[in-house]
Design a binder for this molecule. Structure first.
Ligand SMILES: Cc1cc2nc3c(=O)[nH]c(=O)nc-3n(C[C@H](O)[C@H](O)[C@H](O)COP(=O)(O)OP(=O)(O)OC[C@H]3O[C@@H](n4cnc5c(N)ncnc54)[C@H](O)[C@@H]3O)c2cc1C
Length: 509
């Protein structure tokens, strides 16, 4: 039988948290950002992290002389990171440096077509025209539409809680209602791209942005065509020191602001009475709390540390976003034809997504993403070598025979690279590490190892995410990629802003 949790019993054998205090469960990027925001607002902040290191998915490791960012590799909207240093009264560049990339991605097709997405828009549009005969004006117009959509709904979707009446009655929302027919809420991303470009390669190139939040371009709303705006109009960036520099610099700032980090401190239970959270159980120790911010994946939180609380059943049943299978390869050769971000497209994108989301397995010709940070960070690989982060989108873990799928996919990936780059890759791989849905879940407690929480594969997806507050407990809050506004570094950082703004009472109805 479960013990009864009474406030008096916590106080006998507990860490008593000071007045105006908050406990944060998890030190993912959103947990770190929330800690900084709340410390700046004068809270006494304690972070409890299950791992021995901060950052969650945004971590790094070294293997046989090769350095790898373990998770995210594409970085947009660095201003959201800078903002945290500015909030704390610091100069961002004293902590965190980044460079704008001259090209966002190199695209490869099986018929030898290659397109480099230059940061310089006219140059990119010209490259598209030269390689596909799609007029360059069509590309620039598409991206300027994306900018318009972003401007129209960005503030509404990304900067506010969609679960508060005030969001829907503010002037931005009222203006956006008038533009609903032009926003792409009713068709899919693929349909919109197909009818606009009518060229299979350009459709595929822009359909790919659905994977930026782990969804299926054949199902996700066309509104998500705002994503390329961030990369093509605003820019893609790389932190100096690699992606992990984001975690390191924010962790450093948080410590300077007095945030206390407890590592190897897995929260086992949220203790509550009525509609109030009273404490946390961490390593069998009770901790009294005033406010709690949960940065742990929402689904797994309800299934474990909140399993005795009322459950948001519909949200818990919702399909997951995609996961990833990553081979971290040390390659003893350099490849001038490859850049930092490279995509080797599948010959059948529709079949690839059907396999991920309907069949829940991996297509025989998957799209292969190769990220090579040693192109910029020379020390990430030994001389004349490259650190290849080779990723395939895969379904979240749902009981599949992963050992089999991984072995088969590895063979297909090597063959595809051999074919498309004209190499014999296997003898060049001198070191190898692996990350897959089961280990993503194990390392970050993300349900099914999904990268971005629940999927966005229907038009109401944004509205179906868990709110940034608890509907059941007045002092429990949620932040991170599994709640509104969603996954990806910029959205996880936005979620921390929405959550802490609500806590600080700035977004009351
Ligand atoms: C392979 C991969 C590639 C990606 N690529 C990109 C990309 O290119 N660009 C991009 O923008 N995004 C990318 N993402 C997504 C991005 O990493 C996430 O959206 C973002 O890092 C989520 O941060 P978070 O704070 O929500 O949570 P997480 O990083 O999941 O952190 C949650 C933290 O909570 C801790 N925790 C969980 N349970 C407990 C508990 N009970 N007690 C204490 N602590 C607990 C975990 O250990 C973890 O540290 C990628 C993700 C992966 C895995």
């Amino acid at each position: 039988m479960e013990p009864e949790h009474k406030p008096a019993s916590y106080l006998r054998n507990s860490i008593v948290v000071k007045k105006n205090s908050v406990a944060i469960i998890g030190s993912g990027i959103a947990g770190l950002a929330s800690a900084i925001r709340l410390a700046v607002a004068g809270f006494d902040v304690k972070v409890f992290e299950a791992n021995s290191y901060p950052g969650g998915k945004l971590s790094a490791f070294e293997s046989n002389g090769y350095k790898f960012d373990a998770g995210p590799s594409l970085f947009t909207l660095p201003a959201l990171v800078d903002e945290l240093f500015l909030l704390a009264g610091k100069t961002p560049s004293d902590y965190f440096l980044y460079r704008k990339l001259p090209e966002t991605c190199r695209y490869f097709w099986e018929d030898n077509t290659r397109i480099t997405a230059w940061a310089d828009l006219p140059k990119f549009a010209q490259e598209v025209e030269s390689n596909t005969q799609v007029p360059k004006e069509k590309v620039t117009q598409f991206l300027s539409d994306a900018a318009w959509k972003y401007k129209t709904v960005g503030d509404l979707f990304l900067d506010r809680s969609l679960h508060q009446l005030s969001t829907w009655t503010n002037p931005t929302a009222l203006r956006a209602y008038l533009k609903i027919p032009f926003l792409g809420l009713f068709g899919t991303m693929h349909k919109a791209n197909e009818s606009y470009f009518q060229h299979p390669k350009m459709v595929q190139l822009f359909d790919r942005y659905a994977t930026y939040n782990g969804s299926n371009p054949y199902q996700t709303p066309a509104l998500l065509n705002i994503i390329p705006h961030l990369e093509h109009n605003v820019g893609a960036y790389l932190p100096v020191g690699g992606m992990h520099a984001i975690t390191q610099s924010l962790h450093k700032l948080a410590i300077e602001l007095g945030v206390q980090f407890h590592f190897n401190a897995k929260v086992e239970k949220v203790l509550f009475e009525g509609n109030k959270v009273m404490g946390l159980l961490v390593n069998r120790q009770q901790i009294t709390v005033q406010e709690v911010v949960c940065n742990m994946d929402m689904v797994n939180a309800y299934k474990s540390i909140l399993k005795e609380a009322p459950q948001p059943k519909r949200l818990l049943r919702q399909p997951k976003s995609s996961s990833a299978l990553i081979f971290y390869w040390g390659i003893k050769q350099t490849f001038p034809e490859l850049g930092l971000h490279n995509i080797l497209f599948s010959h059948n994108y529709r079949a690839e997504f059907e396999h991920i989301f309907a069949k829940k397995t991996v297509f025989e010709d998957p799209t292969v993403y190769i990220n090579i940070t040693s192109k910029y960070e020379e020390l990430d690989a030994p001389t004349s070598c490259e650190n290849w982060f080779v990723m395939v989108n895969v379904p979240s873990h749902d009981g599949q025979d992963w050992d089999n799928i991984i072995a088969k996919t590895r063979r297909q990936v090597v063959l595809k690279i051999n074919r498309m780059l004209g190499v014999d890759l296997e003898p060049l791989i001198e070191s190898e590490e692996l990350l897959e849905p089961r280990t993503i879940e194990l390392k970050t407690s993300s349900s099914g190892g999904a990268l971005y929480g629940n999927s966005s594969n229907n038009r109401f997806a944004a509205f179906l995410r868990h709110p940034n507050f608890s509907p059941n407990f007045s002092n429990l809050w949620f932040c991170g990629g599994s709640v509104h506004p969603g996954g990806g570094i910029p959205l996880a950082l936005s979620s921390a802003k929405i959550t802490t703004d609500m806590m600080l009472g700035k977004r009351k109805n």
